[in-house]
Design a protein around this ligand. Structure first.
Ligand code: FES
Ligand SMILES: [Fe+2]
Length: 465
């Protein structure tokens, strides 16, 4: 919402609001957004973080303890013992579960109280109590938790990018962000910043190709949004189409595109979740993908990926402050929006259609949960795989006398339409089929304005603020 216009030199007239958009930003137990996010599997740790000792951990404003018992099962339980509240971070790992150090109560990983050792024989106290606990699942080097109603636990969604192409190597990572989750997630629906923040204003952070201002568009998908930036790179056009998946997942292409060679990659370089620790802290947690389709020149650096690190400049605060002031990265831009970005003080513009649409989609999901419905979950096809639409496409489409902005827009629309249309195909066939369809369009010159209009149903999916 725009604030009232000040006069010049009118800092005195301070119309700034301090009220945040609580429906979207507050995540603790019982809050609308907190209840919504709890309906989805969330990554909460790297598997490598879980060693022999319990880990105190805060997720969605709840103090918890994560541990692996001696039988190998993971446990995620409320931090404070159900007896008299000491922290189970001092608990002793048992064969099955964890034993509180203070008076010896033993909890299984599902919260069942197995022993209350100082109770008299025949005591049924333990049967009357169940300690707070959550289901966990290990996948791709990440520990996931489901913190919603246990009777409504959804299937664990395996996105197709995580299992394709064959031999895709996933490297988990986790970064701390001292700010609200939403402003970090919104970065995925803000593709124009990749030109300004990562090149035009601050100097080249990734590759010079990012400095070319893209045509940006946003399309609704069954998962949320496809955030599309299409740029010209000499005689080639480059699409960077990023999945923004409800409620807090996103996928991206690589950071090292130079646009010089044709490329067709219906897959991702990053799949990441923005998981709230509490209202003013979150994690970027996910996986980097290593395969010959998304990264044929193997420019990724596996050794720079893991706990607190990623092989992309500007994603942490590790650089000296003066360097971050001269060339701020994503971390600086997002954290500097404040502990919780105040939407009432923003002035959204034409490039913020994705932000507006993402907020609308989130409010719809939150409203569904509030009204007692089960929110939409990713659709699983065939063998339980979720089709996604992320693509990094570079194709030879030389500049002509045709209006190039129109060419870029049509190209982005048509390629992404093929990616979306192909979703019922088996995971191994989609890339081949979509590439074939796009090559056919390229051969018939369909990316120039005089060619047929883009598919009607897809064009109608374009988002209006
Ligand atoms: S406080 Fe945990 S057993 Fe007493
Ligand atoms: Fe960025």
């Amino acid at each position: 919402m725009a604030t009232k216009k000040r006069p010049p030199f009118g800092g005195f007239y301070n119309p700034l609001s301090r009220e945040d958009d609580t429906e979207l930003t507050r995540v603790g137990p019982g809050t609308p957004c907190g209840d919504y996010l709890r309906r989805y599997w969330q990554p909460i740790a790297l598997v490598s973080e879980v060693k022999e000792m319990p880990i105190p951990i805060r997720v969605l404003g709840e103090d918890l303890v994560l541990f692996r018992d001696k039988s190998g099962d993971l446990g995620l339980v409320h931090r404070h013992c159900s007896h008299r509240g000491t922290s189970l971070e001092y608990g002793i790992i048992a064969e099955h579960g964890i034993r509180c150090a203070y008076h010896g109560w033993l909890y299984n990983v599902d919260g069942t109280v197995e022993e209350t050792p100082s109770e008299p024989p025949g005591s049924r106290l333990k049967e009357s109590i169940c300690h707070g606990a959550y289901r966990t699942h290990e996948f791709a080097g990440l520990v996931f938790a489901y913190m919603g109603p246990p009777e409504e636990t959804p299937d664990f969604p395996v996105y197709d990018t995580l299992v394709w192409p064959d031999g895709n190597h996933l490297v988990p990572y986790k970064l701390d962000m001292p700010c609200n989750w939403l402003q970090v997630h919104e970065n995925a629906a803000d593709p124009i910043h990749t030109a300004y923040l990562h090149s035009i204003v601050t100097g080249v952070q990734f590759t010079p190709a990012f400095a070319e201002l893209p045509v940006i568009e946003f399309f609704e998908t069954p998962l949320g949004l496809l955030s599309v930036a299409t740029r010209r790179c000499a005689d080639n056009l480059w699409i960077r189409a990023s999945d923004v998946i409800l409620p807090n997942v996103a996928q991206f292409g690589t950071g090292f595109v130079d646009g010089s060679k044709e490329k067709f990659a219906l897959c991702a370089a990053f799949t990441r979740w923005i998981v709230p620790v509490d209202d003013t802290n979150c994690w970027v947690i996910g996986v980097r993908h290593f395969n010959d389709v998304i990264d044929p020149r193997r420019e990724g650096r596996e050794e720079d990926i893991g706990l607190g690190k990623i092989d992309l400049m500007g994603q942490t605060d590790e650089r000296p402050y003066i360097d971050r002031q001269k060339s701020p990265g994503d971390w600086d831009a997002m954290v500097a929006q404040g502990p919780i970005a105040i939407h009432r003080n923003e002035h959204l513009c034409s490039t913020d259609k994705g932000i507006a649409q993402l907020r609308r989609q989130l409010r719809n999901g939150i409203g569904a949960v509030r009204s007692g419905a089960v929110p939409a979950q990713p659709r699983l096809y065939g063998t339980g795989i979720v089709p996604t639409y992320n693509n990094e496409t570079i194709l030879n489409v030389p500049r002509t006398t045709a209006d190039d902005t129109t060419v870029l827009r049509d190209f982005g629309r048509k390629v992404c339409a093929e990616a979306i249309r192909s979703e019922p195909l088996p995971v191994g066939e989609r890339q081949e089929q979509v590439e074939k369809a796009v090559r056919a369009l390229q051969a018939e010159g369909a990316f120039y304005p005089q060619a047929a209009a883009p598919a009607q149903n897809f064009a109608e999916g374009a988002v209006n603020v």
